[in-house]
Design a protein around this ligand. Structure first.
Ligand code: BV8
Ligand code: ZN
Length: 249
């Protein structure tokens, strides 16, 4: 079913928003999982959408240790471009709704695959940034990790401490997720009374496998497109997240 296309702040609550509100309001321990789609309306390119290409390179080929080892300059040019796209981006109503929703649910948790930092910028105190952050850099020699907001970056950036080559503080394909972050996500899934999945194609593991861990929790999805999670969803809202959640903020 598609959400009624009433404009933001549409006076009457349409049936989809009414049903969505009823399902989400009832949860005390919601696990909210987001992907690039939640930042799309903030102007941040998604990973696999038609804006996912950069100089004809696919993200999956660049976000790997092998690509970085082969050509750190090229991979840093891609990250520098993404940082320059994210720097002016601001949270949209989808981020805001999630922040307000979880502010009232201390036992809820947000797990995001996004590395853009927009959930934090929208006021969420402690999002699980399970794939890391565009704004973190880590030294490949001494391991020192720091926040670095320079846009543009000198390429390739070097460690202030030892002069070693820095890498982006993100999780690449084939790399393990940070153990503590994964632990928080798995623990939350096991006790969740609702799983809300917003704006992810649900193809990247282990995050795509989290909803299955929340055995007896209903799954609600907001995505204009169907995903592998859709068949198991109690309610699949076929809409853009900011547009759908705006009137509920
Ligand atoms: C691991 C950080 C094990 C970097 C990312 C073969 C070899 C190696 C590994 C594997 C393999 N086969 C499978 C794997 C596992 C692999 C994997 O799952 N691959 C997939 C592609 C099959 N996973 C891994 O490698 C993970 N690690 O398994 O380690 C291990 C254990 C121990 C020891 C060693 C190893 C690591 C995965 C993390 C990879 N890093 N990003 C960076 O960002 O640069 S993943 C990348 O994809 C981003 O994080 C992104 O967030 C994530 C998921 O993508 P989405 O967020 O869903 O974005 P996408 O564009 O795909 O979709 C957008 C969606 O939004 C769409 O559905 C669209 O319809 C919707 N949308 C659009 N507009 C809107 C909207 N929705 C709502 N509103 C809108 N307005
Ligand atoms: Zn160093």
């Amino acid at each position: 079913m598609t959400a009624d296309r009433r404009g933001p702040g549409g006076a009457k609550m349409d049936p989809d928003r009414k049903r969505f509100s009823r399902l989400t309001a009832a949860a005390l321990r919601p696990l909210v999982i987001t992907g690039a789609g939640v930042s799309a309306e903030s102007g941040v390119p998604t990973f696999r959408g038609d804006d996912g290409l950069w100089r004809s390179h696919r993200a999956e080929t660049l976000a790997t240790p092998r690509a970085f080892a082969a050509d750190p300059g090229l991979v840093w040019q891609w990250y520098d471009w993404r940082r320059s796209r994210v720097a002016p981006a601001r949270p949209n109503p989808a981020h805001r709704w999630i922040t307000n929703y979880l502010a009232e649910r201390p036992h809820g948790l947000l797990v995001t695959q996004n590395v853009d930092g927009l959930h934090r910028l929208s006021g969420l105190p402690d999002p699980v940034e399970i794939h890391g952050s565009l704004w973190t850099v880590r030294c490949t020699v001494c391991g020192a990790e720091a926040e670095d907001r320079r846009v543009p970056l000198p390429i390739p950036p070097r460690c202030a401490g030892c002069g070693g080559l820095l890498r982006p503080g993100v999780v690449w394909f084939g790399e393990p997720l940070p153990a503590a972050a994964l632990e928080r996500a798995v623990t939350a899934a096991a006790v969740a009374d609702l799983v809300l999945v917003v704006g992810t194609s649900a193809v990247v593991y282990p995050v795509a496998g989290l909803p299955a861990l929340a055995r007896d929790a209903p799954l609600v999805e907001i995505n204009p497109e169907p995903t592998p999670l859709s068949p198991g969803a109690m309610f699949a809202v076929r809409a853009r997240a900011g547009e759908f959640l705006g009137p509920l903020c």
